[in-house]
Design a protein around this ligand. Sequence first.
Ligand code: C2E
Ligand code: CA
Ligand code: CA
Length: 645
Amino acid sequence: MLVTGKNLYFDYCALIVMTLIILSILLKRMTRGRTNRYFLLLAVVVFFSVVYDICSIILDNRYGESTDLRYLTHMCYLIIRNLTAPLLAVYTICLTDTWHIIRRKGKLFLSALPLIAIIIAVLSTPFTHAIFYFDNHNVYTRGPLFFILYVSAIFYLFYIILYATAYIKNIGMQKYFAIVSIFPMQVVAMTVQYYYPNILIEMFLTSICALLVLFIVQRPEASIDLTTGFLKASTFNSDMKNVFANKKPVTIIFITTTNFDIIRDLLAYTGTSKLIKVLASRINKINMIVDTEADVYNYESGKFRVVFEEPDFDKVEIFAKELKKLFSSNIKASSLDITLRANVCIAKCPDDIKNFDSLVVFSNEFLKLDFHKEILTAQNLFKNSDYKILSKMEKILTDAIKNRSFEVYYQPIYSIKQKKFISAEALIRLNTEEFGFIRPDLFIPYAEESGLINSIGSIVLEDVCKFISSEDFKSLNLEYIEVNLSVIQCMNIDLVPLVSGLLNKYNVRPDQINLEVTETATAYSQQIIHKNISDLNAMGISFSLDDFGTGYSNMIRIAELPLSIIKIDKSMINTENNPDLEVILTQSIKMIKDMNLEIVVEGVETESLLGKFIGLGCEYIQGYFFSKPLPRKDFVKFIMESNEK
Ligand code: C2E
Ligand code: CA
Ligand code: CA
C-alpha cells in the first residue's frame, strides 16, 4: 500500500494535548507511587510517539532524505508507539493494586511476548521489509506483516478489558468505564488510519484517551489531602480493602496522637493546620532519609498511617523509631511549643491483622488508649487481653443484649444522719464465657460510641424497676436506687416515654429512682438533654451529678441542672499529701451545701476517710469501706443484716 502526502494537523494537536498532560502531572506533583509513575511514563511514551510520528512524516515528505535516517525514525516511532498498549496494561494492573499477584504467578513474561515479537519484527524490517520499506520511488510503504502491530495492540487492549473486569471491585465503576472506553476509541482510530493512511488521527485519539484517564482516573484531589500532600483517610480505607481482598502483604505503621483533641481545642483551625503541616514535612523528611517507597496517609485527627509494600523490615523499624522521636519531641508551630503524645505501632497485614474490620477496630478502638513509652507491635498488643475483648466488643455486646446476660449489682449508700443504708447505686456487670467479667470502663465507652448504650441502659433500668417492685426491696425500706444515665441516653428523644413506661409497667414511684448524670451531659449544650432532664424531673424523678471534681466543674452549668445530690468523685477525696487539694475539697463541700444540695462521697475505703467526711458534714457515703457492689441477692442480705443492727 502506497502512502504519501500525509497532513500533520492532528499530530500537532496531539502534541499540544500531551504537553499539557505532562505539565499538569508535574505541576500537581503526581509522581509518587507506582500508579502515578506509570501514568507519567505512559504520557511520556505517547508524547514521544507523536514526536517520532511527526519527525518521520516530515522526513518522508522531504525529498531526498537518507533512507537510513528514515528507517531509524520510523522504527523508533513504531517501537515506541507499540509500547503504549502494554504500558496501559501495566497501568491498569497498578490501578487494581494487584502487582503482587501478577508477579507471583510469573505470567509477566508470557504477556510480554507479543511486544517482544513486534520489536524483533520492527528491528529486522530494514532487511526483511516485513513491517515497512521504502519502494523504488523511495516512498514509505507498509510491508506484508504490518498488520501484526494491530494484532498486538488489540491483544493488549483485550487484556486490559478482561483484567479491569476481573478486578472491577478494586477500581470502581467510574474508573472502570474510563479505562474500558479506551478500547473502542483505539479501534476507531486504528480502523480509520488503516483504511485512510493520510488521516493521522491515531495519535490524536490516543492523546484524548490520556486526557480521559487524567480527568477521570488520575484525580489527585480525590485521593490526596491538600494540607499535608498525604493520601486521604478515604483512600486509606479503599486501599486497605483492596489489600485484604487481594491478599497483598503490607506493613503499616500507625501513628495515633492521643492528645490531639486537646491540641485542636487549644490551637483552633489555623494553628492545628500549621502543626499538621510541620508534622507532614518532618514525616516526608523521614521518608526521604530512610529511603522507602512508603505511602503516607493523613488519617484525620492527628493520626497518620505509613504503608510499605514488601518492605525491608529494618527500614520499617528505623522509620518507626524516627516517627516515635518526632512525636515525642516538642514541636514548634508558629510561635508555640507543643507537646504531643502518640502511639506508634507496627502491624503486618494479613499476618497480624486479618481483615478490614479488624483493622478498623485495631486503629480506632485500641490505639487511642495510652501506650506511649515504646514502639508497639501488633503482636505484643494482641497479647493484651483488653485488645482481645475490644476487638470482639460489638459481638460481645449484641450477644449480651440479645441474651440479656447483663447483671445489675447494687452498691449500698449509707446515710450518716440516719445511721443506716438508705439507697444504692445500680452498677452493670457483664460476665462472659470467653473473657469472664468485663469491666464497665471497657465496654461502656464502646457502647456509647456504637449507640448500644440505649439498649443496655433500658435493660439496667428495667432490672432496677423489677427489683424495686419486688417484695425483697419493699422489706428493705430503702428510699431509692441510683441509676447511671449516659450522655447518649440523655440525647435520646425516646428517653422520657421509655422511663415513664417502665415506671408504669412495674408500678414504681418516680421518687424511688434517682438518675446520675455527669457534668459533660450539660457541657454539650444540647437542648434535648436539658429537655429530657427537666421533663423527667417534672415527673418526680430526682437527679444526681456524678463524678464531681473530674471534669471542669463549671458551677454555672451545674447550677442550671435540677439536681438534688452531688457525688464527689473518688479521685478527689484522697488529699492527704496535698494541702491545696484539701482546700479545694473542703471549699467545694461548703459551696455545695450552701447551694442546698446533698453530697454523696464515693470511693470511701477507710475508716479515717469516713470520719473525715462525717466531720465535713456530708450526708451520704458510698465505698468499699461499707461494701463493694453486690449481686441483688447478696445486696438484699447485706442490707437486711446491716440495717437491723
Ligand atoms: P461510676 O458511676 O463512678 O461508679 C462508681 C464506680 O466506683 C464503680 O465502678 C464502683 O464499683 C467503684 N467504686 C465504688 N466504691 C469504690 C471504692 O471504695 N474504691 C474504688 N476504687 N472504687 C469504688 P464500676 O462498677 O466498675 O463502674 C465503672 C463506671 O462504669 C461507673 O462509674 C459508670 O460510669 C459506668 N457504669 C456502670 N454501670 C453503668 C450503667 O448501668 N450505665 C452507665 N451508663 N454507666 C455505668
Ligand atoms: Ca455513677
Ligand atoms: Ca461516680
